[in-house]
Structure formats: C-alpha cells, structure tokens
Design a protein around this ligand. Structure first.
Ligand code: TXA
Ligand code: MG
Length: 329
C-alpha cells in the first residue's frame, strides 16, 4: 500500500474530504492533533480497531483513546459517571484540548478498543483539522499516537511516515504539533483526580477543579506500564549527570536544558530550549530524539528539566525513553 501525505494547510477541504472518504471505507489515516500525530480509525468497528493494533504492532492488551467531536457522544460511549460534578467541570474547562478522561464504558464501545477493561479513555481534541475530520466522519475515532509500539510519538507528518510507511493510505500534514507531548490522562475516583499520565494539562491546572493525586502512572492499571521503556529511540538514552562526564561521552549526543554547554565533551550538543521555556522543550523533545537517533553516534544523553508544570510530562517521557530495555512481558 502506498502512503500519501496531503498538505492540509494548503488545501484543507480536499485533505479532510479524502480522509473522511478513506475512514468511511474502513481504512486508517494519520491525523494531526494538538499533542502528537494520531493513527485514526472508526472506533465503533472492531475490524478497523484490529487494523490499528496491527499497523502499530501494538499488543492488544494496550487500550486506545477514543476521540469525539462533541460531548453528545459521551451519553452513548460512557455510563452515567460523566454526570459526576468533577468530570463535568473537567470537561467544561479542558475540552476541546489535551485532557483524556476515563469513563465506565458502554456496550457500544468494542472490547478491543479498551483491551477488555471496563473503562474507556475519551477526549475531544482541539486541532482544527482533526475536528473537521471528526465532524465530516460523524463517528468517534480511536487514535493512538501514530508510531510503532514503544517508539517515539510523531510530532510531524514525516515522523508518521517514518513509522507507518506502506501500512496506511494517508497522512494529513498540518505542520509540527502545537504541544509536542501526549495528552494528560486522568481518572476521577473518590472525589479526587488521579493523574495516570502527566501531560500538557498540568497538576496545577487540574487542582483548580479538585484535589489531585499522582497515581504513579498507568503501570498499575494496564500491562504496557510494565514495559518500563517507552517513547524510546533506537539508541540508548541516559540522563545527564555532571559527575559522569568523561571520554566515553565523546561519541554521544547531549540534549541540554538552557544554553548549549559542554560542547567539547560530546559529539554534538542540542538544546531543548535555550531560554529554558518548558513549552518549547515539550515541542522539541521528540523531533530532537528522532533527528539525533539517525546520526552515527553511540547514544543520547539528556539533561533533566525542572519537574514542575509541563516539566512533569517532559521528565516522565525522558525517564521512560531512558528506562532499561527488554524487560517487558
Ligand atoms: O495526546 C494523545 O493522547 C495522543 C493523541 C493522538 O490523542 N494519543 C495517545 O494515545 O497518546 P496512545 O494510545 O499512544 O496512548 C494512550 C495511553 C496508553 O498508554 C493506554 O494504555 C492508555 O492511554 N489507556 C487507554 N485507554 C485506557 C484505559 N481504559 N485505562 C487505562 N489506560 C488507558
Ligand atoms: Mg503512544
């Protein structure tokens, strides 16, 4: 299968129409969201959902996020919990946007989407191209990040092509994604907001709605968390530590925080953000990892960023990129 990239900025109508047509035929399409590019398919058709797992080489125990174009779909996809006051407030405040909320699933959601769990993850994205496709298609779209399992999420159309070339018919290009890291995932329980995956909607943002709790990640709920390495390039990734700088780092690249430093100790040094802006760091992280992964170097060293606000999401991804490999189930 040939994979075509259509520039959705140059000709939005044509691009959206083509995507809707293919989705209607049960095909998969990679689409931009405000976080990362997603691999979208009809969420209500188990055969299409199966294709998503196959294209991504994703184990079927790892559930997908459903993207909807309007809140009206909640009544069909989720059981009554969405009426809970905290969830209502979260939706009012953060949708459309990078917040994914877990609901008790209804029978309309295929078990394959939720990997057999009785909860379903749902969000309304805010990227206008994605929203236009959702409106045109008229049904919910299951869309994991458009990368092969365990690898770095795509923040540009060409990244999605690198990951899924010849596996899907179409990628819509809307330029680099606005936020650069995946949505925040939460579950509301016992009057608290449990943060399952830190993301662009920060703990401080959520705390304006209710008490928050860092659950220690998705690990406890679902299997993929047991694979510590995720969001990972092919080359080994290490955390930067001033005390370990030595000759062995000379054939490694450094991704630093703030102005470039130690240029002579590494093969190459690039900055996440010269001005120490966490938003820029989030936007750049995945494309820097991809770019550097292609070079003839031995490994990638990343300097930690301050772990507050968006920094939590960034450090979560960096740690998982740097986690030991191959210890999964
Ligand atoms: O920003 C995003 O969330 C992007 C864009 C495309 O929307 N999507 C994304 O999807 O990151 P994915 O599949 O790469 O990551 C979704 C995570 C997975 O770790 C999955 O295990 C978890 O959400 N998840 C999905 N449904 C779940 C559920 N019912 N319970 C617990 N975790 C769930
Ligand atoms: Mg992913």
């Amino acid at each position: 299968m040939k994979t075509v990239i259509l520039d959705a900025r140059a000709n939005e109508r044509e691009a959206v129409t083509r995507a809707v047509e293919l989705l209607g035929q049960g095909e998969l399409v990679a689409l931009p969201t405000e976080t990362v590019y997603g691999l979208a398919g009809n969420a209500l058709d188990p055969e299409v959902v199966a294709k998503i797992y196959e294209a991504k080489e994703r184990p079927s125990f790892d559930p997908l996020i459903i993207h909807i174009g309007s809140k009206d779909w909640l009544a069909r996809l989720a059981r009554s919990t969405e009426t809970e006051l905290i969830i209502r407030k979260l939706i009012e405040r953060f949708w459309p946007g990078p917040l994914t909320i877990l609901f008790t699933k209804s029978d309309e959601v295929p078990d394959l989407v939720t990997a057999g769990l009785d909860t379903v993850a749902i969000r309304i994205p805010r990227n206008p191209i994605f929203l236009a496709v959702l409106t045109g298609f008229g049904k919910p779209l299951a869309a994991p990040s458009a990368n092969r399992f365990g690898r770095v999420s795509p923040t540009r159309a060409v990244h999605a092509l690198e990951e899924l070339d010849r596996r899907i018919p179409l990628i819509l290009d809307a330029g680099p994604t606005e936020l650069g890291v995946e949505s925040t995932i939460v579950r509301v329980r016992g009057g608290r907001i449990e943060i399952l995956r830190p993301g662009p909607v920060t703990e401080q943002d959520l705390a304006s709605v209710a008490t928050t709790e860092d659950s220690g990640g998705l690990q406890k709920i679902i299997a993929p968390g047991q694979v510590p390495s995720h969001y990972a390039p092919e080359k080994p990734v290490y955390l930067f530590d001033l005390n370990t700088i030595g000759p062995t780092w000379r054939n490694h690249a450094l991704i630093c925080w703030g102005p470039v430093h130690h240029p002579h100790d590494f093969a190459l040094v690039r900055s996440l953000s010269e001005t120490r802006d966490l938003r820029i760091a989030a936007q750049r992280l995945y494309s820097l990892l991809r770019e550097i992964d292609r070079l003839e170097i031995e490994g990638i060293v990343i300097e930690p960023v301050p772990e507050h606000g968006l920094g939590k999401a960034i450090m979560n991804r960096i740690r998982r990129a740097a986690a030991p490999r191959g210890k999964g189930p």
